[in-house]
Design a protein around this ligand. Structure first.
Ligand SMILES: Cc1ncc(COP(=O)(O)O)c(C=O)c1O
Length: 499
């Protein structure tokens, strides 16, 4: 006979000295758990033996309580599938029984939250609104990922897993992965680093979070690229920093304006290889100005190098960290673009003298990164699949990018300015004076996911347009998508609403 798994034991308060019988306590405890929604219809109940053991009582009162619950229809029993909470009972949770706290009166004195958490925007709809479609940013060509190789590595690691792999991992990350990353960064990105300087994180987002906690205090001023990466802003807002928007032009962050606005900022966040969202590459002179400013003011440079493995018209540009002779740069990278974002693996290259503080902060946050997928990625890199995949995707994305540029030129001509297409997985199309947010909303209603440019500005948006991802759309599907975009931009309703 098939063995039926035992269910989870609910919280049933038992008082052996109470005048109420143990049978009655179990019966009432279970019934209350069902009525409160802690145990739901269809949920398996533990065996009488397990429940008796966990409650520390004999099996007899449990048997009697179960018999009563069965007789009254709270439980049902089927041969082969064990005893479950009756499926015919109304699901009180699904029927709108409130979640804990959902009806709490909004007396702000009694339900006081941290000021820090209140500065963050709501993200309830983040996942639902991400959408799919021809222009979705940060979307890889998922159907081209070498899943067969990946799956065989996952199988190899799960089959070969040994008891010692169950312990906490190294808080800085798996050594084999850190070695592989350090070698990749030294060679492909010109980063000056040793294995000991690499800290594995949950995506670059956690890399930013750790970095902010190590380097910055509440009230510190931080230069932010304007327009800039919205998710990074939440990290600095959360840390209580005051953000100073510094404009980006065709040479990248304008250092002179930054100095004029706030010479004594404590740090700057930059995306020098492929500015997010405009896509420009920071010029050599701006890089040197930035490094000089940081050294002269004792400021930190946080370099987010998120997608520069993909460069189409020239070799990848060297990282800013590689130019830095004063250990002022904290370099952050991610596997979200070159592998896939659900992996949640990124890394920080830490100035050697700060390793201990980064480690202490990382430890305080989540002790250590999960080890399993680190081992898989380490082998993926060491066995050559990583560099092969990047080469393949570079060629594919280059073709898709070419198709997008050609279609944009054909449909929009001189009315659209295409910028930032030389690298990465997105470009920016600037369309003068259009209501980009409204167009994006209208597009969503038609199943087209567009990322408007104006929300990336902290102050008044100086440019309007869209950030168009091109990595996930086959070249042959691009012309129709661009025609749809053009129809939306030219739609009378949108123009009239904006007039
Ligand atoms: C500027 C920038 N940095 C980093 C990332 C990647 O973040 P994560 O590694 O947390 O997935 C993205 C993703 O779109 C990005 O646009």
């Amino acid at each position: 006979m098939k063995k039926v798994p035992s269910g989870i034991t609910p919280v049933i308060p038992i008082d052996k000295h109470a005048p109420k019988s143990l049978y009655r306590q179990v019966y009432e405890g279970y019934r209350k758990a069902i009525m409160d929604g802690g145990v739901r219809p269809g949920q398996r109940v533990p065996s009488t033996r397990v429940l008796a053991q966990e409650l520390g009582i004999s099996r007899i009162p449990v048997l009697s309580a179960y018999a009563q619950l069965l007789a009254e229809g709270y439980f049902e029993s089927r041969v082969g599938s064990g005893t479950v909470v009756s499926r015919s009972l109304p699901n009180r949770a699904a029927a709108g029984q409130p979640m804990n706290g959902a009806t709490a009166k909004s007396d702000s004195r009694r339900r006081q939250l941290s000021k820090r958490c209140l500065v963050l925007a709501s993200r309830r709809d983040f996942h639902n609104r991400r959408g799919v479609g021809p222009f979705v940013g940060s979307q890889i060509a998922a159907d081209q990922f070498p899943l067969q190789i990946w799956n065989s590595l996952v199988t190899r690691h799960s089959r070969g897993m040994q008891a010692r792999a169950l312990d906490y991992g190294d808080p800085t990350g798996l050594k084999e992965l850190r070695e592989a990353i350090a070698a990749h960064l030294r060679t492909a990105r010109g980063v000056h680093c040793e294995t000991e300087q690499i800290l594995i994180t949950s995506g670059s987002q956690q890399g930013l979070e750790v970095t902010a906690r190590v380097l910055l205090d509440e009230g510190d001023r931080v230069w932010m690229e304007e327009p800039g990466y919205i998710f990074a802003r939440s990290v600095f807002a959360f840390a209580g920093c005051r953000m100073v928007p510094v404009p980006v032009d065709e040479e990248g962050l304008n250092v002179a304006i930054g100095v004029k606005k706030c010479r004594d900022a404590r740090a700057v966040l930059v995306t020098p290889s492929h500015q997010y969202p405009l896509g420009v590459t920071m010029s050599a002179s701006r890089r040197l100005q930035l490094l000089d400013w940081a050294e002269s003011r004792g400021a930190w440079i946080i370099e987010d190098d998120y997608d520069s493995e993909y460069r189409y018209e020239s070799m990848p540009v060297t990282s800013l960290q590689g130019l830095d002779g004063n250990s002022r740069v904290v370099y952050i990278g991610t596997f979200s673009k070159v592998l896939f974002p659900s992996l949640r693996l990124g890394y920080v290259v830490i100035p050697a003298d700060l390793a201990d503080r980064f480690l202490a902060v990382r430890f305080a946050m989540d002790i250590s990164p999960a080890t399993f997928y680190q081992a898989v990625v380490a082998d993926f890199i060491r066995e050559g699949h990583f560099s092969r995949h990047i080469r393949r995707m570079r060629a594919l994305y280059s073709e898709r990018r070419g198709a997008l540029i050609e279609s944009l030129k054909k449909e929009f001509g001189a009315t659209a300015e295409i910028i930032g297409a030389q690298a990465g997985m997105h470009l920016a199309v600037v369309l003068k004076g259009i209501p980009d947010r409204e167009i994006a909303e209208r597009a969503a209603a038609q199943g087209l996911c567009l990322v408007p440019l104006s929300p990336f500005y902290m102050e008044e948006a100086l440019q309007q347009g869209f950030i168009l991802g091109f990595a996930s759309t086959p070249a042959e599907e691009v012309p129709a998508a661009v025609r749809k975009l053009k129809a939306l931009v030219n739609s009378k309703a949108v123009l009239a609403a904006h007039a």
